[in-house]
Design a binder for this molecule. Sequence first.
Ligand code: 15L
Length: 266
Amino acid sequence: MHRILITGAAGAIGNVLREGLRGRYPVVRVTDRAALGPAQKGEEVVEGLDLADLAGLEAAMKDVDAVVHLAGTPVEQPWEPILANNIIGLHNTYEAARRQGVKRIVFASSNHTIGFHPRGRHIDETVPPRPDGRYGVSKVFGEAMGRLYADKHGMEIINLRIGSFQPKPKNVRMLNTWLSHRDCVHLVDVCLRAAGIHFEIIYGVSANSRNKWHDSLAARIGYRPQDNAEEYAAEILVAMQPEDEPLTERLFHGGEYCAMEFDGDL
Ligand code: 15L
């Protein structure tokens, strides 16, 4: 792996990965439509790149071995930005990568692809999607695009269903779903280096005692998370007991995303 590209490098996860992966690969190219600051040693910077710009994306993918695709709308939003960034922009990203012969994409998918699965149950990567909003639907679309480009074009795709990427867990749900910064860097690093990849789904979560998401690949490719949300349990549970969580949030893996605009039956 000589040159990797991180899209959305100015975002929350992007910043941490930019910092954490620097020096681990000969060249780390970073893109974003926002400002990225000066290139550090071993970096190439492409600023002002919008996902609508297929030609620009193609240029940014030249001589790239693997893409970590973070760019897009990262939260629940109205349909228009999700359509532009996570549907059309996602397609442009895959298409640009294919045209430039990029071998691997590590895609920032989300736990909101499976948000409406009941939280009482442990789940793995084979459960059917149950998105909890437009954002979740767009991530299911992103995973399906990866499936197509793996099967039709032989690209190597890993979808990371990221949990709650935070410096530390902030509420009861995150005792299950937290992904620490250093575990995230380590996870993306092992995904970039893993051998024998075709199309995979991994849950992006730390070594939380209360974790309910399991996949068969992460440990096999060397993911050894170091952080456990349980260290913060006492401080979180002083502020809020599990039974104080709103019902819609307590019942489903997607938490507050399930509660948004909810008018279904429980
Ligand atoms: C995500 O995918 C979102 O980007 C973030 O805003 C959180 O909602 C996170 O998941 C989570 O589930 O905690």
